[in-house]
Design a protein around this ligand. Structure first.
Ligand SMILES: [Cu+2]
Length: 110
């Protein structure tokens, strides 16, 4: 019984902690379809969460940020998404790991 109360308390705590974040963070979706990011170029404010959504029927993709500090997302399968919070201004160019011909760009401003 005590475990159940603790679980409820933890869930309630998470809910309250998550609310302000969700209200504050702007979120923008980028679709992935026909081997293209849509939109491929995007301007957002610092603090924006960009979410890539794979709308393909059978192809998986990734988001690969070039340059120093660059990294690649996990493979995003059809119906899945992956997101990143942009908390610093700058220009972020990216490609798709398995399909380097796919290109995208995000400009983050104050
Ligand atoms: Cu791809």
């Amino acid at each position: 019984m005590r475990k159940i109360f603790m679980a409820i308390a933890v869930l309630a705590g998470l809910t309250f902690a998550g609310l302000p974040l969700q209200c504050l963070a702007q979120s923008v979706d980028v679709g992935i379809k026909d081997y293209k990011y849509d939109p491929s170029e995007l301007k957002v404010k610092v603090g924006t969460v960009v979410k890539w959504v794979n709308l393909e029927k059978r192809t998986s993709h990734s988001i690969l940020f070039a340059g120093p500090g660059g990294f690649e997302s996990d493979r995003i399968f059809p119906g899945e998404s992956w997101q990143r919070l942009f908390d610093r201004p700058g220009t972020y160019v990216y490609t798709c790991g398995p399909h380097p011909e796919m290109k995208g760009r995000i400009e983050v401003t104050e």
